[in-house]
Design a protein around this ligand. Structure first.
Ligand code: GRF
Length: 201
């Protein structure tokens, strides 16, 4: 069976993009990152994509009259490359109906908290300020809401009394970098099995 093609959507540093690439290179994740979509032309993740020779589509949302218009272009880019899965990794925008309808149940996001706790921006800072002793990582399907889609997997991270925001962030990211590639592999494996059986994943 041909390798599944995924597109990573990112706006920032790209440490999760890197973790996905590393797991592909070590053979524990069986897919191809066939496209990086980035809405910030100066983002760090673009440099990482260049090093790994991942094709990049960058756009500036301000140059479009509406979300529907830039999402139409994104859909065109995705279809050109036969992308099957959209993997959001620090993409700081809500996904609109244009993309959602084209990739129903094929858009996945990672969020640095145990959803439904601490949705939205700076989830690690929110957890730290709230003084919780357990936070974590959630991987979920994407719907039209902010971090609201069906949960696929979660892992808890303890917040120790001597943790700072920075040490907590490092602990959460360590889990993200292991859990995201693992979960993507599970989704792809399930999809391949369903294709073999002739059913829908
Ligand atoms: C991650 O913490 C992810 O959970 C959140 O955005 C962050 C992206 O980090 N959605 P990076 O760009 O992958 O380093």
């Amino acid at each position: 069976m041909a390798k599944s093609k995924i597109a990573v959507f990112a706006s920032g540093t790209g440490s999760n993009y890197d973790a996905i690439i590393n797991q592909i290179n070590t053979g524990t994740l069986d897919c191809e990152v066939a496209l990086l979509i980035c809405d910030k032309p100066e983002a760090e993740v673009i440099k990482k994509a260049k090093i790994n020779q991942t094709p990049v589509f960058t756009f500036n949302p301000k140059q479009y009259e509406s979300k529907a218009l830039f999402e139409k272009e994104i859909v065109f880019e995705l279809k050109q490359r036969d992308i099957e899965w959209i993997i959001l990794a620090g993409y700081m925008r809500l996904i609109g109906p244009t993309l959602l309808s084209e990739y129903e149940s094929r858009i996945v996001n990672i969020h640095p908290s145990l959803l439904p706790a601490f949705p939205g921006k700076d989830a690690i800072g929110q957890a730290f300020e709230a003084g919780v002793r357990v936070t974590g990582v959630t991987i979920h399907f994407v719907d039209e809401g902010m971090d609201t889609g069906e949960i696929i997997d979660q892992e808890a991270v303890r917040v120790d009394l001597d943790d700072t925001r920075l040490t907590l962030q490092q602990k959460v990211q360590k889990v993200e970098h292991r859990l995201y590639p693992q979960t993507i592999q599970k989704l792809i494996t399930n999809q391949n099995r369903a294709i073999e059986r002739g059913t829908k994943a």
